[in-house]
Design a binder for this molecule. Structure first.
Ligand SMILES: [Zn+2]
Ligand SMILES: [Zn+2]
Length: 337
């Protein structure tokens, strides 16, 4: 099979690997859609790897004897390799499993763990059924396109009548605009990139504020002095995180989904006196998957706008270069074109 591999700083190649095998409860998926996520950071850092990508949808072509899925099933490929047997896994929090399986011995091939490839092998519990009425491209948005912000909104129980401030309108934050609009909430976006601000408005943001443009006052004004009910940081930028925290109303809720390092919090002023709830959310509990499918089914027009580019796997470098310009929503790779 063909896979993409990073070979140096801003260098990559398409190379051949043996096809993965299905054993035990594992299955092999022929990948039809592989959305691009944060792998561009590996590309710019020159982090040599042939195990790239963690989002996909496709069709099962081969099953191990103990698999609960069958050949021909359409599926969304969930990230990582959760064990399926621990307390986290039994509660649906596969993403939080601390007993990750090693794919290599089961798939019979080293370096088969990425989705920037024609096939991937996964345990059956990480292959969620994709109904026939949802396209592979839209189904693949049940990964990072919609997943992290869906998890954050479940955590905050965001509902209609509420306002939510979303910082960082990259592919994850833009998916958050769709999720929040779907729930009926009023969305305030925060991003300096005009392309992404425009796209966020098309996806349902009522207003998009440039952080350099007196943002705190604009947010206060929009919420009639109350502050926002909820906030999501998808930017990972400390200045944006501070602005979000300061923009929360008393008793408000904020969730971090953008990868970041330290952030200073004043326990009394930020937390106790405001009695806010701060959370972190990586992905979502798989029990919420039917709800994510509902978001997908009822927002097909928005998803077609969120997915700004389709590229064959052979043009992966072009995809990364587009991501680095910031002039894109979600880019989807197609390994068989
Ligand atoms: Zn587990
Ligand atoms: Zn991702």
């Amino acid at each position: 099979m063909k896979i993409a591999a990073i070979t140096g700083i801003r260098q990559a190649e398409i190379t051949e690997r043996p096809d993965p095998k299905a054993q035990a409860s594992w299955a092999v998926v022929k990948i039809h859609s592989a959305p691009m996520c944060t792998e561009f950071k590996m590309f710019t850092d020159g982090e040599k790897s042939s195990c790239i990508g963690h989002e996909a949808s496709g069709e099962i072509i081969e099953c191990g004897a103990g698999a609960s899925v069958k050949k021909g099933d359409r599926v969304v490929v969930q990230p990582l390799y959760a064990c399926g047997q621990c307390k986290m896994c039994f509660s649906g929090n596969f993403i939080l499993c601390e007993h990750q399986l090693s794919p290599e011995p089961i798939a019979g091939n080293d370096r088969v763990c990425g989705t920037y490839a024609q096939y991937i092998a996964k345990p059956d519990h990480l292959l969620t059924a994709l109904p026939d009425d949802i396209s592979y491209d839209h189904g693949a948005m049940a990964c990072c396109g919609l997943g992290p912000t869906f998890g954050a909104m479940e955590c905050m129980r965001l509902e209609a009548y509420e306002t939510i401030l979303i910082a960082g309108l990259g592919p994850v934050g833009l998916g958050g605009v769709i999720n929040a609009s779907h729930r009926g909430a009023r969305v305030i976006g925060l991003d300096a990139n005009p392309y992404r601000a425009s796209l966020a408005r098309q996806l349902g943001a009522e207003i998009v504020i440039n952080p350099a443009d007196n943002a705190a006052a604009q947010i206060k004004d929009f919420t009639k002095g109350n502050g926002v009910d909820c906030a999501i940081d998808a930017s990972g930028v400390p200045a944006a995180q501070r602005l979000l925290l300061d923009s929360l109303r008393r008793g408000g809720k904020m969730t971090f989904v953008g990868e970041a390092k330290e952030f200073n919090i004043h326990i009394s002023n930020d937390m106790i006196r405001k009695s806010i709830i701060l959370a972190g959310s990586w992905h979502y509990n798989i029990l919420g998957y039917p709800k994510v499918l509902d978001v997908i089914r009822r927002n097909t027009g928005r998803l077609d706008k969120l997915i700004t580019h389709h590229l064959p796997l052979s043009r992966v470098v072009e995809g990364w270069e587009i991501q680095l310009t910031g002039k894109c929503g979600k880019i989807v790779l197609h390994p068989w074109e």
